[in-house]
Design a binder for this molecule. Structure first.
Ligand code: 6R9
Length: 686
């Protein structure tokens, strides 16, 4: 019988140990791994020794005097007294090690020619990265006066100028706030204002699925919103990617090529030393309120953590061709397209466009074209590729792959098996690496970088990273037995962790350390997980009001506050609904104000509104359902569990036991009402 409960599916795999072909002589026993792991966490001294051993592998302008300052938890400071710089690690240091003429980035534009060969390929060496980012650094500093600590907003698509600007910003000791280029004007404006950014870097547009998308329009619209709120954007630097016509404001807007025109090729700006109190970037992410949180990352601790995890989990080597398919606008791209791999002097692939353009074999053909050895992608992408006949992929040789991991959401065992077999030829070390924007880097996975590997299990997140401790606990913080669902907590600090939330230290404490205050400083992930008998992690999904749509993290509160900005909407509630392809999709219940009637036109209108206020990622998958009233508890809280239960087709039984405030009769009525509305389809109210 088909098992459809995800928990059951995971539990079924607890005892499936798979040895990938060709790794047989490199297998590690579970006991040996345990011993090794224990040696890195047995006490505080062992933990610090472990992290220090990684810090010693990278260069510092000044050596640290203390590995960890934990005197003011949860504001941990790593490598206190030490000074380094991410740009130095990713370029200068690489050149010093002899990688000057090594290709750092192979970039492929989306458009194709006959026989699906790419129209544009750009290759940038480490020397190119060094020279160009120095020129940008000089221009930012000298022409625009960008100083240490200033935040520059980057709203750029997947083109090489994005990493170039990141490196330039790091070089001068400033920080970036990258806004995913799929976000709308409103989402961009909120992030620009919160970071008080006076400079935005963007492009005229980008290719997406064969179409030219205009990005500058969106930036202009965002700036208008900022101006209305009293925030001035002084400069917009525009990279000419498409050469399309775009709106232009003289004096404020400048083309990237003009900005650098008089900056000599051999310009050198020395890297600003960055200490343990300094931050490298902020990245906004979704939480349980409507306001996005700016996760603020460090320099030294972040660098050490990326250096360690990239080595341990990707086993990255000089002859690798490394490809992470994420967008740099999300944390995965920050850490594992740009900083982690470049710090290791790797050759990375960057791709501008859609995975299925001009057809779903694009990725397989790129793996073949460049001989990719390490691949990192999202389960949603795998599930999307699985829908097509295998031979379209088998026509391409993907046998160069030796590591093929996934990230962003749980991977169902079926998708894992497909990925391992069709792309990985059953010889890749493949695991589902669990982490978050806030954690800076991967906290779980498999560890081929030690020269040995553990057996694989379809769907597991594997063991926690050495030097870190975690637990799966109940509401009171007591560990739950293996195979039982509980809350996932990280019980010790690690160097990649966020420093705080941008200008919201109290929110940082409340969100991540509030739940288990009585236990000390446990970082609460917001995820549900199980441990198996080996102590390996199986993350099930979010326990809070955050959903992951195709691996993109979205707060249901953000969706709701966007919806009520529409003049017709009275109230709205958004919940995640499981989806076989996207993992989850947003299901939005809406009540309309007097004078507005539910209709298909209204639904389309609301979708359009959603697209404009949050962006296409949410809007294209959202299901909007009209209801007469939103079921609420006596204290006025929306009955989210009830809405979720209806969405999942689950019985009401589970709900009433969970929400103590609801009277059974009331809940029953509400349940039936919502169910009817959902069944009636989008155009009618119940
Ligand atoms: C890197 C990233 C974080 C949330 C996280 C969890 C989910 C990420 C996962 C996973 C199961 C994995 N998540 N990786 N769930 N298995 N391998 O995705 O960061 O966008 O901040 O999302 O994503 O729910 O809490 P972010």
């Amino acid at each position: 019988m088909e098992v459809s409960d995800p928990l059951e599916m995971m539990r079924k795999e607890f005892n499936t140990y798979i040895t990938p072909k060709g790794w047989e002589d490199k297998m590690e026993t579970l006991e040996d791994w345990k011993k090794f792991y224990e040696s890195t966490v047995k006490d505080k001294e062992a933990m610090e020794k472990w992290w220090e051993s990684w810090a010693e592998k990278i260069p510092w302008f000044k050596k640290w005097t203390k590995v960890l300052d934990d005197s003011n938890p949860p504001f941990y400071r790593w490598f206190v007294g030490g000074e380094t710089n991410l740009a130095y690690l990713c370029t200068d240091w690489q050149i010093n090690q002899g990688r000057k003429n090594k290709v750092a980035i192979i970039w492929e534009g989306e458009p194709v020619e006959e026989r699906n060969e790419p129209k544009e390929v750009r290759k940038l060496t480490y020397y190119d990265l060094f020279r160009e980012s120095n020129r940008i650094a000089y221009a930012l500093k000298e022409k625009l006066g960008v100083n240490k600590g200033e935040i520059v907003t980057l709203y750029l698509p997947m083109i090489p100028e994005l990493p170039l600007f990141m490196l330039a910003v790091q070089r001068i000791g400033a920080a970036h706030s990258i806004v995913f280029s799929g976000f709308s004007a409103e989402a961009l404006a909120v992030r620009v204002m919160d970071a008080k950014a006076r400079i935005i870097v963007t492009a005229d547009g980008v290719w997406r699925r064969g179409k030219q998308l205009n990005l500058k329009n969106i930036v202009d619209e965002a700036i208008k919103i900022c101006e209305r709120e009293g925030h001035k954007v002084e400069k917009v630097i525009v990279v000419k990617r498409l050469g399309i016509s775009i709106p232009w404001t003289e004096g404020r807007d400048v083309w990237y090529h003009d900005f650098l025109a008089d900056v000599p090729k051999n310009t050198f700006v020395s890297c600003e030393p960055r200490g343990s109190e300094d931050y490298s970037y902020i990245l906004y992410t979704s939480g349980t309120t409507g306001k996005p949180k700016g996760a603020q990352h460090s320099v030294g601790g972040y660098a050490v953590y990326l250096y360690a995890t990239t080595k341990m989990i990707f086993d990255i080597r000089d002859d690798d061709i490394y490809w992470c398919t994420a967008d740099i606008g999300w944390v995965t791209g920050h850490s594992y397209i740009v900083y982690g791999p470049l710090m290791h002097g790797a050759t990375i692939i960057m791709y501008e466009g859609a995975l299925d353009y001009p057809d779903p074999s694009r990725w397989a053909s790129m793996i073949e074209r460049y001989g990719v050895t390490i691949f990192y992608t999202a389960p949603t992408a795998i599930r999307m590729l699985m829908k097509f006949p295998e031979d379209i992929y088998l026509k391409h040789d993907t046998s160069t792959l030796r590591i093929a991991h996934s990230v962003g959401e749980p991977i169902n065992p079926e998708a894992w098996r497909w990925y391992f077999r069709v792309f990985g030829k059953e010889k890749t070390c493949s695991s589902s690496t669990w982490w978050m924007t806030e954690t800076g880097g991967m906290l779980s996975g498999h560890y081929p970088g030690r020269g040995k590997i553990l057996p694989l299990k379809p769907g597991t997140n594997g063991p926690i990273f050495p030097g870190i401790t975690c637990a799966v606990v109940d509401d009171d913080g007591n560990p739950v037995p293996p195979g039982t669902r509980g809350y996932f907590v990280i019980t010790s600090p690690w160097p990649g962790m966020l420093m705080t939330l941008w200008q919201s230290p109290q929110r940082y404490i409340d969100v991540y350390y509030g739940k288990y205050k009585h236990k000390g400083w446990w970082y609460y992930t917001g995820d549900f997980a199980m441990l198996d008998q080996d102590g390996w992690i199986w993350v099930i999904g979010r326990a809070d009001d955050v959903i992951k749509v195709a691996g993109h993290r979205i707060g249901t509160a953000e969706v709701e506050s966007a919806m009520i900005k529409h003049p017709a909407v009275a109230e709205s509630a958004c919940v995640g609904k499981s989806d076989p392809l996207k993992g989850e999709i947003p299901l939005i219940y809406v009540t309309l104000k007097k004078g507005y009637e539910p209709s298909e036109d209204m639904r389309q209108e609301l979708k359009k509104h959603l697209r404009a206020t949050i962006g296409p990622v949410v809007a294209s998958d959202a299901v909007i359902t009209f209801v007469d009233i939103l079921p609420k508890t006596r204290s006025g809280k929306i009955m989210r569990r009830l809405l979720r239960a209806v969405a999942e087709g689950k019985p009401l039984g589970d709900v009433t036991t969970l929400e103590s405030e609801i009277a059974v009769e009331e809940a029953k009525k509400a349940y039936e009402m919502v169910k009817a509305a959902l069944e009636a389809g989008p155009t009618s109210s119940s």
